[in-house]
Design a protein around this ligand. Structure first.
Ligand SMILES: [Zn+2]
Length: 49
């Protein structure tokens, strides 16, 4: 069950360097990377697909 959840999370969740998981399900995928703001530490993480 936990492994399945992790696999699903790969699609829409970015792991911040602080360890927080950021949901990007509603973010637009961009060629130069999706900028995701961490609400926990305030870091902008660029997610490349
Ligand atoms: Zn963070």
């Amino acid at each position: 069950m936990k492994a399945l959840r992790l696999a699903l999370c790969m699609e829409n969740v970015v792991k911040c360097e602080c360890g927080a998981s950021i949901d990007i399900a509603g973010a637009q995928p961009r060629k130069d990377g999706t900028k995701v703001w961490c609400r926990v530490c305030g870091t902008i993480t660029v997610h490349h697909r």
